[in-house]
Design a protein around this ligand. Sequence first.
Ligand code: HEC
Length: 224
Amino acid sequence: MKRLASMPVYAKQFEKVFGDVTIDAVGMAIAAFERVIVTAPSPYDYNEQWRPYQDYEAEDFEDDPELAELYAAAKAGVEAHPMSESAKRGREIFFTEKGNCTACHVGANLADEKYHNIGVGMDKDQPDVGRFAVTKDEADMGAFKTPTIRNVALTAPYMHDGSVATLEEVVEWYDKGGHPSKYLSEKIRPLKLSEQDQADLVEFMKACTGPTPTVETSRLPADG
Ligand code: HEC
């Protein structure tokens, strides 16, 4: 804080935007920066866009130029950014009862913005109480916010404590049904997936990776 305030360009910009250099203002500035780091579409996104059209031929849209254009764009997207057959099978498992992942990893970011206890760290003597620390509600004991599956291939290790090293091990964890405890979410149960199913799920998650923008840094301007 001291260092920021001592730099004329920051002092001036903070004054202009927030009124003063405060730790909350620093938080807001960082959040504003993070909000513009938007990932470009992944093979998963191109595949979702294509799905409504997949059973049609170009001829089916001959009489509707607008739809024909949408069809052509979706087709070009999926051809340039294909999802492997394994990833497509993984999508089925992820989105259906078989894997039940979308019970929590759902919506545009494949995350429900809610908190669940999936058992991670519950085998410790003093497990992290998670959301309970904030709400004091026993239902939130050991519950953590569902993370996004977008770009998850780039962000190992996994879970709030980094206790799971790879996506393969994450899937093994779910397959076993997590670690039993009285706080375990009802949505977590042994899945009994085959080895192929598990590999397919991992491939699907990898297909949720899109190009992230490069952040260029340069010298601070002399004054803002
Ligand atoms: C009951 C809700 C729920 C279900 C069902 C669920 N997840 Fe999760 N998932 C979570 C929560 C909550 C976390 C974070 C747990 C933690 O940090 O302790 C998580 C973490 C993960 C992570 C780690 C992400 C990271 O950035 O660390 C992956 C990968 C993942 N889940 C994939 C899956 C897959 C694949 C399935 C289906 C087989 C699935 N999840 C089913 C709620 C769920």
